[in-house]
Design a protein around this ligand. Structure first.
Ligand SMILES: [Zn+2]
Length: 451
């Protein structure tokens, strides 16, 4: 394994060190990144092939070869179900583990929203890599030493809690570990400790706003300067971000994209783009698969399922892991922030997709349509799917914006139907609801109701 720091000498100009946590990585050319990944993969491959029983079986004849990055597309994929079955065979960590059982220093569970949860084991080295890259992502989103950030995700078992907390610390900020619930106390704490940044799900501020307004206060009274969000789609919509920035007076960033079985946080927005920078090039080898399972180049316009291979992972390394997230590469050149990492948007989930009259529709595309009309809706909505489909049209329940009169709801519904048709390609039937009538949660909001 390569050392964590200091192995890529680069003259560190003052400007760069103020805008990047790891300029020695974040400014590398595509060629240098590729060479670095190649070296890391050589070390990872020799670690993996001698230790993981699961991969010894899965990789079969490939194990005797010296794998190069160029040949990685010949290796079989790993699916989430493979990991579940592996952990049923050998509980709790699965037979894909590639270290001794005394090596893990932290255990997490996935939330298990789509099936049996996974048990995630990380060594000291693993948690350092995760925090380092998460810190890089949060720094890119504007978090700095001297900031006080309150972390409002669930600390009970899952990675959004303590692991994301460690990433916030790695960015250099002072972190207040708050967790979820107890919102009155949260509002008092923000004022009392002069907290200037918040880390939470993007739907949580709507809940805080309601409590503030009910007590005659305004969100801007809290004087937060930065909102760091993750865990839900929607933040790549400029209108939604602008609306939240106007309400709160803080900068809004999608600062936390990742998956707990891969890396908790490996992509985030900087101040110059609505797209996500891919920050994990020294820990992950990414591929993009088209609908036929072919690898597409990381080039502008490539759209497909994100597949990741660990380049630095001791406990539970993954090879060609299918994330089920569909992404589109938006840019590969140098960003105005100075980073050279490629940028992308998450355009859907392969398993959330549903079909309306032959058109594949992603909930995130419907959301884009809804969020494009902040003049009509609060942005809160649910897709209602009756039966098992296929559907001719889909019912949407959409919340009206606060000051929209009920007599104007019919016109608003037709306008939103047109916006959704434009963004998602599907016909919908919109029913308007009063503002604040859909439940706000402090966890992950499900956009689809199935009946
Ligand atoms: Zn940037």
């Amino acid at each position: 394994m390569l050392p964590l720091k200091g192995d890529f000498p680069l003259k560190r100009g003052d400007d760069v060190s103020q805008t990047m946590l790891h300029p020695e990585i974040e400014t590398l050319s595509e060629d240098r990144i590729r060479r670095l990944q190649s070296d890391l993969w050589t070390a990872q491959w020799s670690h993996l092939r001698g230790r993981s029983r699961f991969y010894a079986e899965k990789l079969g004849v490939h194990l005797s070869k010296d794998a190069s990055l160029e040949a990685i597309a010949e290796l079989p994929f790993t699916e989430k179900d493979d990991l579940r079955q592996s952990q049923e065979r050998v509980y709790p960590f699965g037979d894909y583990i590639a270290c001794d059982t005394d090596k893990p220093v932290r255990l997490h569970m996935t939330s298990g929203t789509t099936g049996r949860p996974l048990q995630l084991a990380n060594s000291q080295r693993d948690v350092e890599v995760i925090a380092r890259i998460g810190g890089r992502a949060l720094f890119a989103s504007g978090l700095r030493p001297g900031d006080r950030v309150v972390h409002c995700l669930n600390y009970c078992m899952w990675t959004g809690g303590v692991t994301d907390h460690m990433a916030l610390e790695a960015a250099g900020a002072c972190v207040i570990p708050f967790g979820v619930g107890n919102t009155q106390k949260l509002l008092e704490t923000i004022t009392d400790l002069s907290i200037n940044a918040i880390s939470c799900t993007p739907s949580y501020p709507a809940l805080l706003e309601k409590i503030l307004r009910d007590s005659g206060r305004s969100p801007q009274d809290l004087a937060l300067r930065l909102g760091l969000f993750g865990g839900e789609a929607g933040l790549d919509n400029q209108d939604f971000r602008d609306g939240m920035e106007r309400t709160w007076g803080f900068g809004v960033r999608n600062a936390n994209y990742g998956m707990s079985e891969i890396l908790s946080n490996f992509a985030s927005q900087c101040e110059h783009t609505n797209d996500l920078h891919f920050h994990g090039s020294d820990a992950l080898f990414p591929e993009i698969l088209d609908g036929q399972g072919n690898s597409l180049p990381i080039a502008e316009g490539s759209t497909g399922e994100l597949v990741c291979t660990h380049l630095q992972k001791e406990c539970q390394p993954l090879v060609r892991y299918r994330t089920r997230d569909v992404i589109t590469v938006t840019t590969t050149g140098r960003c105005d922030c100075g980073r050279t990492s490629w940028r992308f948007r998450v355009t859907g989930r392969t398993d959330d997709m549903f079909n309306v009259r032959g058109i594949n529709v992603f909930p995130t595309a419907v959301q884009k349509g809804v969020l494009s009309r902040p003049d009509l809706t609060s942005g809160q909505f649910r897709i209602v799917l009756e039966g098992s489909g296929p559907w001719d049209r889909v019912n949407l329940k959409v919340e009206a914006v606060h000051d929209l009169l009920e007599k104007d709801w019919d016109i608003a519904a037709r306008e939103i139907e047109m916006a959704v048709k434009h963004h998602a390609g599907a016909s919908t039937s919109v029913t308007m609801l009063a503002a604040d009538s859909l439940p706000r949660t402090d966890g992950k909001t499900t956009l689809i109701e199935r009946h």
